[in-house]
Design a protein around this ligand. Structure first.
Ligand code: ATP
Length: 343
């Protein structure tokens, strides 16, 4: 039986990388029926809806989405669609595996990086509670709750146990935000006690940033509130070659939306040179979530082989290929990748 999946191309480079990822998923032989749903900054401005109902309605029905980025205006305009989606569907886990890809030249090419970031996805400064008290004085509320901190911590520890990971670092700034981040830390410690086999450590976020640059290979699983997770994810992406390479998933109890860590990249949109790897790898996570493990394995392998060959890479990773040429190379490698049982 085919899986129905909501495909949200988004805007900026979104349509380019979504088309590439959808083609790669189909070439991997997964039985997927796409339900395409339009969502862009233009649509939100025109409809004046934070999140159009048809998007929520489709995701509530299919319960699985593959999503391109949607632009959020900076310093003005409507609230972030991505934040709204995560809150409305209670997608409380943001899961971002950051892994070196052999063949991508980086400053850390001789180091194998394989870390996973769990970012709380529904509160913190992203609650959107901002207020201009008087002219030129603004307060932004940071919300941390026991319920949300416990469930992200529990999800991270359970995932670490299932995947035989050894160490979790809780990342915080509880030396300054003693109450908010203090509560987050107390929840992490409480959950850590339920998992004595996993080593539990704590790091202040500024020190975590430095340690990740100095010794990225020592990190395994990182667990943190929303804002630090956003920033540390981009830092981690930089360690393995940039935002074009790092996948992500927004997970809740009823629904899962898979999307790259990167945004809509307006500087390269429409030029046909965006790297679709991050969204293709997000699609690999989606296929695993759907139980299509063979298609997931084949797609991951074809992407890795394309990097190992190195002939059709996009400019962000030092190549000269277009999005379409990279995608064709992945699809050719998929065709060469035997299915289990074939020789
Ligand atoms: P947001 O705040 O919406 O997450 P951002 O500030 O992280 O966005 P991006 O839109 O992700 O910014 O872009 C940051 C930089 O990374 C830009 O120079 C962009 O061109 C580059 N970039 C992002 N994604 C890709 C990609 N898939 N391929 C190539 N370059 C990319």
């Amino acid at each position: 039986m085919a899986h129905r999946v909501t495909l949200i191309p988004g805007d900026g480079i979104g349509p380019e990388v979504s088309e590439a990822a959808a083609m790669a998923v189909m070439a991997a032989g997964a039985p997927i029926e796409w339900e395409r749903v339009e969502l862009s900054a233009r649509i939100i401005e025109e409809t004046r809806q934070e999140l159009p109902e048809w998007v929520l309605e489709s995701l509530r029905r299919t319960r699985v989405g593959l999503k391109g980025p949607v632009t959020t205006p900076v310093g003005e305009g409507f609230q972030s669609v991505n934040v709204a989606l995560r809150k409305q569907l209670d997608l409380y886990v943001n899961f971002r595996p950051v892994r070196s890809i052999p063949g991508v030249r980086t400053r850390y090419s001789d180091t194998f990086i394989d870390l996973v970031i769990f970012r709380e996805n529904t509160e913190d400064l992203y609650a959107g509670l901002e207020h201009e008290v008087v002219r030129d004085v603004v307060t932004s509320l940071k919300v941390i709750t026991r319920a949300a901190s416990l469930r992200i911590a529990r999800y991270a520890f359970q995932w670490a146990q299932r995947n035989r990971r050894k160490r979790i670092h809780a990342v915080h700034k509880a030396n300054i935000m003693k109450l908010g981040d203090g509560l987050f830390l107390r929840c992490c410690r409480e959950v850590a006690r339920e998992f004595p086999d996993i080593e539990y450590r704590e790091l202040i976020v500024d020190n975590a940033a430095m340690q990740m640059v100095l010794r990225p290979e020592t990190f395994d699983v990182l667990l943190m509130p929303n804002l630090y997770g956003d920033i540390v994810s981009d830092l981690a992406a930089g360690l393995v070659g940039g935002l074009g390479l790092v996948p992500g998933a927004n997970l809740g109890d009823d629904c899962a939306v898979f999307e790259a860590v990167h945004g809509s990249a307006p500087d390269i949109a429409g030029k046909g040179i965006a790297n679709p790897t991050a969204l293709m790898l997000s699609a690999v996570l989606m296929l695993e979530h759907l139980g299509e493990t063979e298609a997931a394995r084949r797609l991951r392998y074809a992407i890795e082989r394309t990097y190992a060959e190195g002939a059709h890479l996009t400019p962000d990773v030092g190549g000269t290929a277009t999005t379409a040429q990279f995608t064709d190379a992945v699809i050719r490698n998929l065709e060469k990748t035997p299915r289990v049982g074939e020789s």
